[in-house]
Design a protein around this ligand. Structure first.
Ligand SMILES: *Cc1c(COP(=O)(O)O)cnc(C)c1O
Length: 230
């Protein structure tokens, strides 16, 4: 498991360096280790090595791993497309859902939250780059959608998430991250009840440093941690 220790150290160093380049405190940036496709034993090692936040993008895979890793004090993040019929299985097991992109999904989450007597924390996923076939609301639909979601009392809307297009040079996606930051300021300026732009979830293995320079405070990193040849 030496590779895992080294990868985690290297990622943390790079997060710290990117934060300091912008005069930010590295401790304000949360590393979400994306564990899709990673066996529970390896994840357990990662937890021993200090990983505290884990992210999964599929409900089924998450539900298989969740019981195996219970009681280890980790925080789970749901980061993938969420179908409404899966909400009831996962809503009370995750700390934050990064990928809410429709009013109907928000309403279903709200229904569970009100029934269960516990608020659900969500981020709204934005398709900043308007990529075909990718999830997320179009930038121009974000403000109207957040206004509608704000009336759902079971939800805490805590920020925005985006998936940047994959480009070999991460510099090229900088405008995408910058735009998500600006959108979060626009949402904040609405001063809606239950809406507070605490989190910007952006940046993955190939582009997290640029994302941090543009204001990310949740980075979702899989391959750079769990890949053996990174
Ligand atoms: C897989 C995944 C990641 C992590 O991607 P890596 O390139 O492995 O770092 C981040 N966010 C989402 C939504 C993902 O599905």
């Amino acid at each position: 498991m030496e590779f895992l220790r080294e990868n985690i150290e290297r990622v943390r160093d790079r997060i710290g360096a990117a934060a300091r380049r912008r005069g930010r405190n590295p401790e304000d940036i949360t590393l979400v280790a994306v564990t899709k496709g990673v066996p529970a034993e390896i994840i357990e090692k990662g937890i021993e090595l200090g990983l505290e936040h884990l992210g999964e993008n599929r409900a089924q895979e998450f539900l298989k791993k969740y019981p195996l890793l219970q009681g280890k004090g980790v925080h789970w993040h749901f980061i993938g497309h969420l179908q409404r019929n899966k909400v009831r299985y996962i809503w009370d097991k995750v700390d934050l859902i990064h990928s809410v992109d429709s009013l109907r999904l928000a309403q279903e989450l709200n229904r569970r939250a009100l029934e269960g007597g516990r608020k659900i924390k969500i981020l709204v996923q934005v398709n900043v780059a308007r990529e075909e076939g990718k999830f997320g609301v179009a930038p121009e639909d974000l403000l109207p959608l957040v206004r509608q979601m704000a009336s759902l009392e079971g939800l805490c809307i805590e920020g925005l998430m985006t998936l940047a297009p994959w480009l070999p040079d991460p510099e090229e996606v900088r405008p995408v991250f910058r735009r998500l930051y600006e959108l979060s300021r626009e949402v904040e300026a609405l001063s809606l009840p239950g809406v507070q732009m605490r989190y910007l979830s952006m940046g993955m293995s190939n582009d997290f440093e640029v994302a941090i320079e543009e204001g990310a405070n949740l980075v979702r990193i899989g391959r750079a941690i769990f890949g053996k040849n990174t």
